[in-house]
Design a protein around this ligand. Structure first.
Ligand code: ADP
Ligand code: MG
Length: 319
């Protein structure tokens, strides 16, 4: 039912940046080492993501576009141990219901690639190196009411770039290039965590921040926290990750804020980028369709752990 698809799509496809986020996560789930992103008109006219990951077999192309078809979960038990981004099998089907979507993909060892447009019946031979190209055109072409809620090209582009940065921060080993209207807007070579954070938040951030590392067995924390007293770092740079997934989590943000409590002056916000690793069974990522919220099984333990790790690093004397 196309109408039901479009309603369901509203939860996943809020704006171009939410399409881009889903495509990037799929590319990373496929084990890509390099991503190329092309945007036009703030991502409304075109979002094209080309990866060098595992690819999709010819016979699986149509399935990839089908709702609730995911290659990532085989059983209910798997659902408790989700380690990939995707697991609902909804993103591509949702995008296809509100935009023109085409897949081109080539598996390792296949003689050539195959191309399938969401509105076509059968795949056709195509040319592409190993990996997948997903192209979305004309977002909301069939739902004009939705189109009215899109903001200016500059605003939608800014959201797209932010979506790329959120992913890029957690995957320094993946090279990422992005262009907008034919001009390069982001070039991130393969690097390590410190260099990648510096490339995104500015070298001033890493130069004036402290490395946080803490390991409590089931909980691990790593990342950088800016020292606010002499920080020129962007005040809105608050990046939290749980198992490589960007989250806007009240509990984590609160733990960070508490750790910074005596260091913040006036209305300044702390700037940080932290990565929490936790047993996937101890966290529920299935809370929100856009998946930026999580629920910890033992919220108190997580809060304490993060608070103490960050406070310790921030309060230790300068070297
Ligand atoms: P989910 O990611 O939740 O499984 P999606 O609708 O995002 O659902 O994708 C559907 C399926 O399409 C995936 O499970 C995967 O098998 C395949 N797929 C999508 N994008 C890619 C890609 N870039 N590389 C390889 N496979 C992909
Ligand atoms: Mg997905």
């Amino acid at each position: 039912d196309p109408l039901i698809s479009q309603i369901a799509a509203g939860e996943v496809v809020e704006r171009p940046a939410s399409v881009l986020k889903e495509l990037l996560e799929n590319a990373l789930d496929a084990g890509s080492a390099s991503l190329q992103i092309q945007l036009e008109e703030g991502g409304v006219k075109l979002i094209r993501v080309t990866d060098d990951g595992a690819g999709i077999a010819k016979d699986e192309l149509a399935l990839a576009l089908t709702r609730h078809a995911t290659s990532k979960i085989a059983s209910l038990n798997d659902l408790e141990h989700v380690s990939t981004f995707g697991f609902r099998g909804e993103a591509l089907a949702s995008i296809a219901s509100v935009a023109r979507l085409t897949l081109i993909s080539c598996r390792a060892g296949a003689p050539h690639a195959w191309r399938l447009a969401a509105d076509a019946d059968l795949p056709e031979p195509a040319a592409l190196a190993q990996g997948t190209l997903v192209e979305m055109r004309d977002l909301y072409y069939n739902t004009p009411a939705r189109r009215k809620f899109l903001k200016s090209e500059a605003t939608e582009l800014a959201h797209c770039l932010e979506a790329i940065k959120r992913v890029a921060m957690a995957y320094p080993e993946v090279a990422i290039m992005a262009s907008h209207n034919g001009r390069t807007s982001l070039r991130l070579p393969k690097s390590d965590m410190q260099a990648r954070i510096g490339a995104i938040l500015g070298d001033a951030f890493t130069a004036e921040s402290r490395l946080v590392t803490a390991d409590a067995g089931v909980l691990k924390l790593t990342g950088y926290c800016a020292l606010p007293a002499h920080s020129r770092a962007r005040s809105d740079a608050q990046y939290c990750y749980v198992n490589g997934r960007f989250v806007r989590d009240k509990l984590l943000m609160h733990a960070l804020r508490e750790a910074y409590r005596d260091m913040l002056h006036g209305s300044r916000y702390p700037a940080y980028c932290i990565f929490l690793d936790i047993d996937p069974a101890a966290v529920d990522v299935n809370v929100h369709p856009a998946k930026s919220e999580v629920r910890f099984r033992d919220a108190r333990a997580v809060h304490q752990f993060v608070f103490h790790a960050v406070q310790k690093v921030l309060s230790s004397p300068l070297h």
